[in-house]
Design a protein around this ligand. Structure first.
Ligand code: NAP
Length: 273
């Protein structure tokens, strides 16, 4: 019988996950299908019961359900507990196991480039849901310090408290002035949504140089203004699509317990941009 997988969230029609996973199934000749399923906030619990009833084998979880979904799980892995959110669920005959592939998905492109983060100072732009997974990821890598720059200071302070709980040194910078201090950081990560659709650069890049590593998790377009300008300054670049692909591959491997087809999924993803 064909196994069905899904991504749940709201909005969901822009999601690239169905294309990515269906490409993998086609490439490997697997009898599986992956759909996007819109679940509005407030309807999570009842809709999860429906997914269980129709026997959906597993699903990804995205905005706005990543945190609330935690309450409905029977098991959570270490990353879920670390971040307080899930993005991948296995339905084991009604018993829901939750995982979080954002943490390792974020780290994968660094490991691929053999970048050792231990002892580094990181400038993190943004303090939203994904920034939290990024702080958890850097705590695993034993960085020295993370400075959080965000438009809304209150959200940054909450993330700084989270970093402290994980044993990280952490402080705050105003996003408006973060470009002025960027030269003091080896690693700059953009986890704001600024740059989406090619509009805006979160900071001035004048102090970013050839020793800087710039990781922009915004993946649409591939070359955001931050990436384009940082590249011109000679920085090492890590693209948002790399994280997107890595976390999708990790979900695939949790569900199917076989290696995900990197090239087929990458070609599909880049073909969508
Ligand atoms: P989120 O929870 O909504 O957080 C959005 C962040 O962007 C907040 O820090 C917000 O600041 C900031 N922001 C939004 N508009 C801004 C503006 N005009 N000026 C300055 N800051 C602004 O979203 P998220 O889930 O963390 O996602 C953030 C981005 O990462 C999105 O573009 C998303 O597509 C991308 N993403 C990529 C991947 C990947 O795999 N590559 C994975 C997840 C997310 P305030 O706190 O001040 O509102």
């Amino acid at each position: 019988m064909t196994k069905t997988y899904a991504v749940i969230g709201d909005p969901i029609d822009h999601s690239l996950s169905p294309a990515l996973h269906n490409a993998a199934y086609l490439f490997l000749g697997m009898d599986c299908t992956y759909i996007a399923y819109r679940i509005p906030k407030g309807e999570l619990e009842s809709d999860i019961e429906s997914l269980k009833k129709i026997g959906v084998a597993g699903f990804n979880v995205t905005i706005p359900h990543k945190v609330d979904m935690m309450q409905l799980l029977n098991y959570t892995d270490e990353e879920c507990r670390l971040v307080g959110a899930t993005n991948t669920v296995v339905n084991d005959v009604g018993y829901l196991n939750g995982y979080n592939t954002d943490v390792d998905g974020f780290l994968d492109p660094l490991r691929g480039r053999k970048i050792d983060c231990k002892g580094l100072d990181v400038l993190l732009l943004g303090a939203g849901g994904t920034a939290r997974a990024i702080v958890a990821a850097f705590s695993k890598e034993k960085i020295h310090k993370i400075t959080v720059a965000n438009r809304t200071e209150e959200r940054a302070q909450s993330l700084i408290r989270f970093a402290h709980q994980l044993g990280l040194e952490s402080d705050y910078s105003d996003l408006k002035n973060a470009g002025d201090i960027a030269g003091s950081y080896k690693f700059i990560v953009n986890a704001t949504s600024v740059g989406l659709k090619g509009i805006g650069c979160p900071i001035s890049t004048k102090r970013i140089g050839k020793d800087s590593i710039v990781y922009d998790i915004v993946y649409m377009p591939v070359e955001t203004p931050l990436i384009e300008q940082s590249k011109n300054q000679g920085a090492t670049i890590i693209y948002g699509w790399e994280m997107l692909l890595a976390q999708a591959m990790k979900s695939f491997e949790i569900w199917h317990k076989i290696p995900a087809p990197y090239e087929a999924m990458k070609l599909t993803l880049l073909g969508r941009f």
